[in-house]
Design a protein around this ligand. Sequence first.
Ligand SMILES: [Zn+2]
Ligand SMILES: [Zn+2]
Length: 277
Amino acid sequence: HTCALLAVLLTIIMPSKKKKKSSRGKARKGSNSKKKEAAAQEGTPDKQMERLNIDDDTEVALLDEAIKLATAEEEALESRAIEEEKSSTIVSRQSRTIQCYHGYVPGEDHFIIDNFVKTFLSGFNSLGGETYVGEHINVAHQATREQHPEVGNDYCKMKLVLSLFLFQGTQAVLEGRIGIGDARSFAAVAFYLEDYITFCYEDEANDVFDAVKQLELLIADQHTLVKYLRKNIPCSCLDEKYKQVKSITKMGFCCNENCSLPSRMVERSTMLYCTRC
Ligand SMILES: [Zn+2]
Ligand SMILES: [Zn+2]
């Protein structure tokens, strides 16, 4: 009887023990298979490898296609960048940093003006530093006459060209680029263009091109440079800069070929400065 009871008890206990064990085992198995299932859905490396093995050629072809697409995209981006560089204008190239156009009003013929200025500048900068400033201007003018005759013969367009040079000069000063090739060149060209526009469209009798003043701007001290630009822009963007540089002694260029002064530069206030006889 006891044996039978024991047997019953055992059958009750044992299966439960077994059940526990097996259920634990099942649970482990279950979580394992769940992991596998999830992995299969995600496409584990194992699975991918399997697929690669199964359909190697297709995979390689797809990979090739992907590389081709990426290369094509890269090339498209590159050529777009080149196009943008080509079509980018002086103002748009700097637009991230500019807050004011300093009197330049880009209109519909924005690109024409821009190209004229670019051509003029590359002509102006193409000669070595030793050359007489008038030579730079001649070369620059010749280049624009050939490439952009529609601008040189148009009063309104030339006025825009002038204000684009003043914009560039002002912007260069504000950004600390005051050397030759930067603010000083822009100012010297702007000054020349003023004379040119006056002569061509406003007063034919006024054919005096002040080459000394052009040169003085090209090699100007900061006071002379900032004063000239500030006087010719309608905004107050250079007011602060002018306060900083107005104590610098203004220098002028001596016209005496046998002048003994260094670089023939003289304190402006001591000069007999003829603005126009
Ligand atoms: Zn301004
Ligand atoms: Zn002298």
